[in-house]
Unconditional design. Structure first.
Length: 140
């Protein structure tokens, strides 16, 4: 995937969730069809931390079931950076465990910025990997 397409309403919903989560990082999942976001799932940051996030396992399982039942695909994982740029931190790379876009909403400036990245690893258990930026196209 070289581009993540997202209707403006979903981009706005994602940013709103991230702003509302401050001072902690906020997180969630994106459902997609053919590379276009069709649903934003706001989730609880189980880490309750201003510098890291983790998805609540029960919420994550319920979202995966919903995505599968709708015939969608996992379109991405998103989280906020409250004080830094929208670029994966070493922790983000270490914790990456799926071959999907990782979307970061930076609240460090106004307006917030949205960027997406693919984190490539030889093995998902590896702590290091390469980072490839994916274009984010906000439609509407």
């Amino acid at each position: 995937m070289t581009e993540l397409r997202m209707p403006k309403t979903f981009a706005d919903e994602m940013v709103e969730h991230c702003i509302h989560g401050k001072p902690q990082e906020a997180c969630g999942l994106l459902a997609a069809r053919d590379g276009r976001v069709v649903q934003v799932f706001r989730m609880t940051n189980a880490s309750a931390s201003p510098v890291r996030y983790s998805l609540d396992p029960k919420e994550q399982f319920a979202v995966y079931e919903k995505i599968e039942s709708e015939g969608w695909e996992l379109g991405g994982v998103f989280h906020s950076h409250t004080h830094t740029e929208a670029y994966p931190s070493p922790t983000d790379v270490r914790m990456a465990s799926e071959d999907v876009p990782y979307v970061i909403v930076s609240l460090a400036q106004e307006p917030p910025s949205i960027r997406a990245f693919r984190i490539v690893k030889q093995n998902w258990m590896d702590s290091e990997g390469s980072i490839e930026e994916i274009a984010v196209s906000i439609e509407g």
